[in-house]
Design a protein around this ligand. Sequence first.
Ligand SMILES: [Zn+2]
Ligand SMILES: [Zn+2]
Length: 346
Amino acid sequence: MKALIYQGAGEKTLTECPMPLIQEPTDAIVKVSRTTICGSDLHILKGDVPSCAVGRILGHEGVGVVEATGPGVMAFKSGDHVLISCITACGTCLYCRRGMYSHCATGGWILGNEIDGTQAEYVRIPHADMSLYAIPAGANEESMVMLSDILPTGFECGVLNGKVQPGSTVAIVGAGPVGLAALLTAQFYSPARTIMIDLDANRLQVGLSFGATDIVNASQGDSSDAVMRLTGGLGVDTAIDAVGVPSSFLTCQDIIAAGGVIANIGVHGVKVDLHMERLWSRNIAITTRLVDTSTIPMIMKVALSGKINPAQMITHHFKLDQIVEAYDTFARAASTKALKVMIEVG
Ligand SMILES: [Zn+2]
Ligand SMILES: [Zn+2]
């Protein structure tokens, strides 16, 4: 089968690989029909993720059809149409029992990282009962791919942890796919204002079309000042860092209102400043989280009802044979205007 292989920092190739095999009774083999590329894949390619070994098949998002199951798989059988979670969960360990699948003792974010991933014709899914989700008949398959990672990530790490409330004011720093996923799902709670902050005018326009009430272009002056002006000097109840660099986290600290929550989603690679001299008396909270994907069933129901359209994240379509080009398009998002790139596998 063909698969996209990580060949060390900066290097990747689409290569012929052996088919994955059932290794544990709880494994399933899924024939991938669609997958996509995540910002985390770019982090791996930069060499930022030491747990990902050279030779690994990348990718942790996708949908497909169950090809085979081990004897311990109870919930799925060959031929079932399934969504693959980016998080593998055993369902029985200490963390899984607390719903913290991201920290599963024998799972978590291992797909396309510690084990071979979904940018391939076939993928082995450990703990299949807990790590796959049945796709109902008639669902839009491309929308479902957005539920593997980015929608639950924006929702769980940004909106739930950020305690978005009816009538509240939310700022999202970063209008990339995950920031936009937070914007889409924040609207479940009817915040009064959603302010998107980014350097990229195109992404801010997309934010408006996704329901943002205000946009702030950080390339045109101090974005914190702009948010404080927009909020009459109060700041925002929820500040979501969907970038993960020191300046984005600083913006969140500058704009958080008394009693607010700073909810981090970004993958931070270096240390940040924490201005406790300003924040100590402000009744704020700061949260961090790796997505658990425990909200996939809920988001799936909302998507199937038509209340949100996750496929609106998709800007480009490629075939698996073109995946290297798809990476290039995704990596040059400022010029290509890429958000999510859809890769049709078979
Ligand atoms: Zn991801
Ligand atoms: Zn577990």
